[in-house]
Design a protein around this ligand. Structure first.
Ligand SMILES: [Zn+2]
Length: 262
């Protein structure tokens, strides 16, 4: 799949690595030094003609070592999440800077699809911005599940974060005061309101409110408003604003970390 960097001949300028499953990789020392200031750059000076055993699989090292060489690096979009997670761990462990950067970018891109895995990775490596992105999408999980995944300070912060989301009162139909809808009866209004309320309630059970998704597809319906001055659309706008204000008032996960933990 990716460029496999292997050389048949023995060369003093190369370090030979063996994967956990027995594949050999001959990598130039100079490249290791220029892309990493971690163990790859420092640890193998004295080893000549010996094979360095690594704990990662051939599959992981195959991708990792492509980042040690110049050229266009893979963007990892075709890597399954489990493989990406293993690669990200290896990149961090050996501090292969270009691989660390691409893995982190990729994690940002897929935080909605794999929030738990991304949160675990972000917590482990101290990426607070990424923790904050993924955390809202993990709120359907239990505190017990998080205990197995997160560091102690983050577990505590996550429990507070979840509690705050769970106890937030979300504005419902009756709370939306909109004086722009015409007094004339509109048959669209109760339908649209029913949909929004149902979606909010469904979100509440999973812990997280994705406001944009709640209003998906409703703009079209509200254009059929039978009232004057597009009253349904105005009500929806007011509702959306009210929900967004509530969401914005909740601090991100990192906001629940105590100063002592930081
Ligand atoms: Zn209406």
């Amino acid at each position: 799949m990716y460029l496999l960097v292997r050389f048949a001949e023995s060369d003093p300028d190369v370090v030979v690595f063996r994967s956990a499953d027995g594949a050999l990789f001959n990598i130039h020392r100079q490249n290791l030094k220029s892309t990493s200031d971690g163990p790859f750059a420092e640890g193998f000076e004295a080893v000549s003609g010996e094979i360095v055993q690594l704990t990662e699989s051939e599959e992981t090292l195959d991708v990792l070592f492509t980042f040690v060489y110049p050229g266009v690096h893979p963007i990892l979009s075709d890597l399954a999440f489990d493989e990406l997670a293993l690669l990200a761990e290896a990149a961090e462990k050996y501090q292969v800077a270009p691989a660390v950067s691409v893995c982190r970018m990729r994690m940002i891109m897929i935080h909605k699809e794999h929030p738990l895995g991304v949160l675990r990775y972000a917590d482990k490596h101290g990426y607070a911005d990424l923790m904050d992105l993924a955390a809202p999408y993990t709120l359907a999980s239990s505190v017990r599940q998080m205990r197995r995944m997160l560091s102690l300070p983050t577990q505590a912060a996550w429990a507070d974060f979840k509690e705050t989301w769970a106890t937030t009162g979300w504005p419902m139909t009756a709370d939306i005061i909109a004086d722009v809808h015409s007094p004339r009866y509109c048959s669209i209004q109760p339908i649209v309101e029913q949909i929004v309320e149902t979606r909010i309630k469904r979100c509440v059970t999973s812990g997280f409110l994705d406001v944009d998704r709640i209003f998906e597809g409703l703009a079209d319906m509200s254009t059929q408003c039978e009232g004057r001055r597009a009253g349904c659309a105005s009500r929806l706008d007011a509702w959306k604003r009210a929900l967004k204000e509530k969401v914005a008032a909740i601090p991100p996960l990192s906001g629940f970390m105590s100063v002592a933990d930081a």
